[in-house]
Design a protein around this ligand. Structure first.
Ligand code: PEP
Ligand code: MG
Length: 583
């Protein structure tokens, strides 16, 4: 899509991105810098300059004392990085470039304090971006984080012009949103959101899907082309954004939106239907969640359990680590709410696009860095805290423990040893837990899929993380829209790895599920059933549609075609066969 000429900006225009969650939203644009902090830009009168300077200085002083409080409170068991980062942030804040230069902007340009600070942040960020050394270049993130703290401290202290008043009519327009930003959206009722950056299986998109609001990522220039308050149509299914639509187009989309809502309502009657195929095989349809509050939606759609609880979301948007008790309460809440149905808690998958506040640096190539189990094994105390919390929660339901991103035998051994150690510490303290708790592993690194026999022999169950399996098989960053077109679930290598993992696990009678986005993709249901998959885990919002597809499928009809798809030499051939399978 080429950018329209700026002069055309008041007329209607259309942008194409990647739709990440279905449905149509119609509402008014609300431009945000980041979801966390919506920075207002306004001019101040000459007599307001002193008060604005004071507002800025007060916020800086507040963050200074916040940081020293955090520095003093870092527990001995916290990752060493946290202390280093807090020290760095305190140093950055004390530097004149952040604590004094914005004052000059306020004075000379008569702009509000937030605007002055963000202007200076952009200036510094541009300087850092030009640095060749990747470590120093990464420090840009630290500046952004310090600035965000100061902006937060100023929130509510200025006469910020009010944003749109009804959230249900608001479409958030951002350059980029992190998964941590997105999780904050759970407290809001926005109609939809669109971003310039991002891939469809990034965690940002995954959380958007869990919110069931229409969303589009990878729109490239939307943030700079759209104006505050402009009327927008977000078609999350087709990835189409229409800016300032005419009355006819508007009515057409309203009609489509009503149709989609009617379809959704119709599906509700399937809530209690037994998810079996036409030939009577029962399929286990479970749900993915990010936070305990998501359980409500899981129950609304009658899921058989929770196949993936992405526990790391409990660790985002905060400056400390959740304690064992806090984690225990969260896990117990979910286990209790599921009344004995399985709750699969994945141990921390931090790193890549999800990092704890301040710990922004996960190496030069975060997706390939100290992520998930690698990070946990490097931080044994933090891991122990989580394992103890999960084990303690296990006596409140059917809790299962899932280890992400395994690739090496020694990682499996070390993870199992860490669980044994956590059990021993509980035994010593006579703390009860489910002694038969099952331990599973995610198959999401091609190395694991290609050496599955070992994983099958050591683990009680497997869950295929297709999002990462595709990312790592095809060597593309799932968060990078520049390579989003190369993210292809139908690449023969991907299909072979998925089919083979299911086949080997079934043969060994090791339960296997798919919990990546592929599990909730209607186009893939029959294919996965044909591969022999009997357990799916997906967003609650996708579950009834997938159930409907299961109810319409005869396994005998799909097996041989699915095998042909897996053997297809190129994605186009696979696509043609898949269309036949779904006809
Ligand atoms: C996956 O990789 O497919 C998966 C389910 O884990 P996540 O999306 O959280 O990385
Ligand atoms: Mg994954």
């Amino acid at each position: 899509m080429t950018a329209p000429h700026p002069q055309a900006m008041s007329a209607s225009f259309t942008l194409q991105g990647a739709g990440v969650s279905g449905g149509i939203a119609i509402g008014h644009a609300h431009l945000v810098s980041t979801a966390r902090l919506e920075v207002a830009h306004y001019e101040i009168a000459a007599q307001e300059v002193e008060a604005e300077l004071l507002r800025f200085d007060t916020a800086v002083a507040r963050v200074r004392s916040e940081l020293s409080g955090l520095q003093a409170g870092v527990s001995a068991t916290a990752p060493a990085e946290i202390r280093a980062i807090l020290n760095l942030h305190a140093m950055l804040l004390n530097d004149a470039s952040l604590s004094l230069v914005p004052r000059d902007h306020i004075r000379k340009r008569r702009c509000n304090a937030e605007w002055a600070l963000v202007m200076q942040m952009d200036h510094l960020a541009a300087q850092f971006e030009a640095i060749e050394d990747p470590y120093l270049r990464e420090r840009k993130q630290d500046i952004v984080q310090v600035v965000e703290r100061v902006l937060k401290a100023m929130l509510g202290t200025g006469h910020v012009p009010a944003g749109p008043s009804h959230e249900e009519d608001v479409i958030v327009v951002a350059h980029d949103l992190s998964p941590a930003d997105m999780i904050l959206f759970k407290q809001h009722q926005y109609a939809g959101f669109v971003t310039d950056l991002g891939g469809v299986t990034s965690h940002t998109a995954i959380v958007a899907r869990s919110l069931s609001i229409p969303a589009i990522v990878g729109l490239h220039h939307a943030r700079s082309m759209i104006r505050e308050g402009e009327l927008l149509i977000v078609d999350g299914r087709e990835g189409v954004l229409i800016v300032d639509p005419g009355p006819q187009v508007l009515e057409e989309y309203r009609e489509r939106s009503r149709g989609i809502e009617a379809e959704r309502q119709k599906l509700k009657h399937l809530r209690t239907a037994r998810p079996s195929t036409l030939d009577g095989t029962l399929i286990d349809l479970q749900a993915n969640i990010e936070l305990p509050q998501d359980v409500e939606k899981v129950r609304e759609v009658g899921a058989a359990g929770i196949g993936l609880f992405r526990s790391e979301f409990l660790f985002l948007n905060r400056d400390d680590l959740p304690s064992e008790d806090e984690q225990f309460e969260a896990y117990r809440e979910v286990a209790d709410a599921m009344h004995g149905r399985p709750v699969t808690i994945r141990t921390l998958d931090l790193g890549a696009d999800k990092s704890i506040n301040g710990a922004g640096r996960m190496g030069p190539n975060p997706a390939l860095g100290l992520r998930a189990i690698r990070f946990c094994l490097a931080e044994p105390q933090m891991f122990l805290t989580q394992l103890r919390a999960i084990l303690r929660a296990s006596r409140h339901g059917k809790v299962r423990l899932l280890i992400p991103m395994l690739a090496h035998a020694h990682e499996v051994e070390q993870a199992l040893a860490a669980v044994r150690h956590a059990r021993e510490t509980l035994d010593d303290q006579k703390v009860p837990y489910d002694r038969r708790i099952e331990i599973g592993g995610m198959i999401e690194v091609p190395a694991a899929a290609l050496s599955l026999a070992y994983f099958v022999s050591k683990l009680d169950f497997l869950s295929i993380g297709t999002n990462d399996l595709i990312q790592y098989t095809l060597a593309i960053d799932r968060t990078d829209d520049a390579v989003a077109h190369l993210y292809d679930p139908l690449h023969p290598a991907v299909l072979q790895l998925v089919a083979q993992t299911i086949r080997i696990a079934n043969r060994a009678k090791t339960p296997v599920a798919v919990c990546g986005e592929m599990a909730g993709d209607l186009a893939m249901t029959r294919l996965l059933l044909g591969f022999g998959l009997r357990q799916f885990s997906m967003h609650p919002a996708q579950l009834l549609e997938i159930k409907q597809q299961v109810l319409r499928t005869r396994l005998d009809d799909v097996r041989s075609l699915a095998a042909r798809v897996a053997r297809a030499r190129d994605p186009d051939k696979a696509r043609a066969l898949l269309a036949k399978l779904n006809a």
